[in-house]
Structures are given as structure tokens and as C-alpha cells.
Design a protein around this ligand. Structure first.
Ligand code: AMP
Length: 216
């Protein structure tokens, strides 16, 4: 019996965009997570299963061995800290950026110039703290878990730090992107102990993913 392999993915863009890479490794996921309520999905390879977790939990599952490997956004990896994770590949999927956004009528440039203390709401506190510290801007960070766009609209915060892809969500909520912080893509992460104990099958998956990547 081949060593069992557990892969952690999150639903949505990461799941969809990982499927072609799995196909290159000869792995087909046998159920559609949008139609099934199952959290453990079988694949065409009896020894390989997919577990569905929140995007921000993928690094934790892989760190503690709840999964042998996973696909995690750079945003989630930075917030997690990356301890205990081997990160062999930038998969160049689920691309977006982390940006600062404010209400269209808020003068961000002037607030920064005047050295005002900014109230910033975000799920990405590590990224925001490091970014504003590097600019020498004083911020009060307000941790949120979702719907960050509401914060400037309700007076909870002056600015948000959030993922932006097309910009449509910001536009629909009368917010403007004022400063990009970093480009984001998803990375393959592997549990370091699993990499030693299940070296051959994990190496095969890593190599198949690498050969199927979109051009840089
Ligand atoms: P958009 O309207 O295309 O700019 O997308 C922005 C919304 O989608 C925000 O609520 C983001 O949190 C979310 N989003 C955008 N790109 C990603 C991604 N790669 N992974 C997870 N969430 C994303």
C-alpha cells in the first residue's frame, strides 16, 4: 500500500486553479466541493485525498501534519508566519494584490503627509503592520474577519488593507485603491516531516506541479 497523502485546499479560486496542476500529477478530484458538503474528497488515486479548509487555515493544517501538503496564498503564509513549512513552488495561481483602500472622499495622501494616526481595519494585520511601519505611518489596527469594505463606510476605520483582484468589490462600495502593498499568488507548502517520511510520492507531486506551471 502506498503512503497516504493528504492535500489541503480551500474552496473557490485556489481549488479551481489547482485542478490542472493535480491533473498533471495524474490526480483527479472525484467530487465537486460546490455541490457536496463533504470536507474530505476522494481522488482518482486511492492513496491521495483532498481536505477542504479555510484559506487561512491551510498553513496550520500543513504545519501540524493534518495535511502533508497544501496550496496557500502568500497572504495566508505571511499572516501564519510560515513556521514548519517547506515552500518549494510559487504556483502562480489565484493571483491578486494586497492594497490599501479608502472612501473616495478621504484624502489619504494628506493624512499620511500630516503624520495623522490612521485607523486601519484588516484581516491581514501582519502585512499591514509591517507595511505602515516601513513607511513610518502610525496606525491603529482593527482586526476584522470579513466584509472589510464596510469599515470605512461605517466610520469604523479610515482605511482598509484587503485583497484586490478586479477592483469591482471596492468600486461597488465607493472605495478607491490608494496604494498597492504586494502582489499575491498561491504557493505549494509541504510538511517538513512528511517530506522526509513520504519523500518519493511527495517529490513526484512537486515535480509534476513544477512542470505544469504557467510561464512566469
Ligand atoms: P475583486 O472585486 O475582483 O477586486 O475581488 C475582491 C474580493 O475578492 C475581496 O473581497 C477579496 O477578499 C476577494 N479576493 C480577491 N482575490 C482573491 C484571492 N486570490 N483569494 C482570495 N480572495 C480573493
Amino acid at each position: 500500500m502506498n503512503a497516504p497523502i493528504t492535500l489541503a485546499l480551500s474552496k473557490g479560486r485556489i481549488f479551481e486553479e489547482t485542478l490542472p496542476l493535480l491533473a498533471a500529477a495524474g490526480i483527479e478530484v472525484l467530487e465537486d466541493p460546490e455541490k457536496s458538503r463533504k470536507l474530505i474528497l476522494p481522488t482518482s488515486r486511492p492513496e491521495v485525498r483532498v481536505v477542504l479548509v479555510r484559506a487561512s487555515d491551510v498553513p496550520t493544517y500543513v504545519q501540524y501534519g493534518g495535511a502533508d501538503l497544501g496550496v496557500a496564498g502568500k497572504d495566508s503564509l505571511i499572516e501564519h508566519g510560515g513556521q514548519g513549512l517547506f515552500r518549494p513552488l510559487d504556483l502562480r495561481i489565484a493571483k491578486c494584490r494586497v492594497s490599501v483602500a479608502v472612501r473616495a472622499d478621504f484624502d489619504y495622501a494628506q493624512a499620511v503627509r500630516q503624520g495623522a494616526r490612521l485607523k486601519v481595519a484588516t484581516k491581514y494585520t501582519a502585512i499591514a503592520r509591517e507595511f505602515f511601519a516601513s513607511k513610518g505611518v502610525h496606525v491603529d489596527l482593527i482586526k476584522l474577519y470579513g466584509s472589510m469594505e464596510l469599515a470605512p463606510l461605517t466610520g469604523l476605520a479610515d482605511a482598509i488593507v484587503d485583497l484586490v483582484s478586479t477592483g469591482n468589490t471596492l468600486k461597488a462600495n465607493h472605495l478607491v485603491e490608494v496604494e498597492p502593498i504586494m502582489d499575491i499568488s498561491s504557493h505549494l507548502v509541504v510538511n517538513q516531516a512528511a517530506l522526509k517520511l513520504k519523500q518519493a510520492p511527495l517529490k513526484r507531486i512537486i515535480e509534476a506541479f513544477a512542470s505544469a506551471l504557467a510561464p512566469a
